[in-house]
Design a protein around this ligand. Sequence first.
Ligand code: AMP
Length: 215
Amino acid sequence: MAGGRFIFLGPPGAGKGTQAVRLAEQFGIPHISTGEILRNAVRDGTELGTVAKGFMDRGELVPDEVVAGVVADRLTESDCETGYLLDGFPRTLAQARALEQRTGGDVGRVVYFELSEEEVVVRLTGRRTCPSCGENCHVKYLPPKIEGKCDKCGTALIQRSDDTEETVLERLRVYREQTGDLVGYYGDRKVLTKVSASGAPTEVYDALNRAIGRE
Ligand code: AMP
């Protein structure tokens, strides 16, 4: 089966990115992570990066019009013709409405990854990321084979500047206040599927496939 539109919703640290990479590959659709687009822009020192950096470092959302513009541009690229997987977008009702306008109301399937706030804090503060290939690991639950080095490409791992405890707590607050409403919004439209995000990545992936009817 190829193609399809998906939105991955859920708190930071629920493993949306990890699941998105696999599902997008299976469906042959691009994985569009707004967090990754913005981090790349910061790293490359582009105009977008300059605008986004302060918000990201504080754990706040980048303004709707900026992010909605980025996504609108990305969706015009030819690889999105048969579908796409949006990871980390929309995050506000305004972004959800902007997307709906763009897609003529057909948003596709929305998968909501559920995880307790306690687990979010443990996962994110222990997360280490490869600045080169984007691979993630966890100091306790998924330690790299060689301490401090990426399993995939050997680059020295870093802690994302927004994965410190203070910023994680702020990101959770922002999630609760600004993104939480989207669960009800998409639930009312009968396009929402819930998946438990606690458990190992393979277990979550199996649950995801069951939830979207691909057992
Ligand atoms: P993520 O990698 O999805 O956790 O995103 C990292 C950071 O990028 C967030 O804490 C926000 O500052 C910013 N960001 C990512 N996606 C969005 C979005 N849809 N709207 C606003 N800000 C975003």
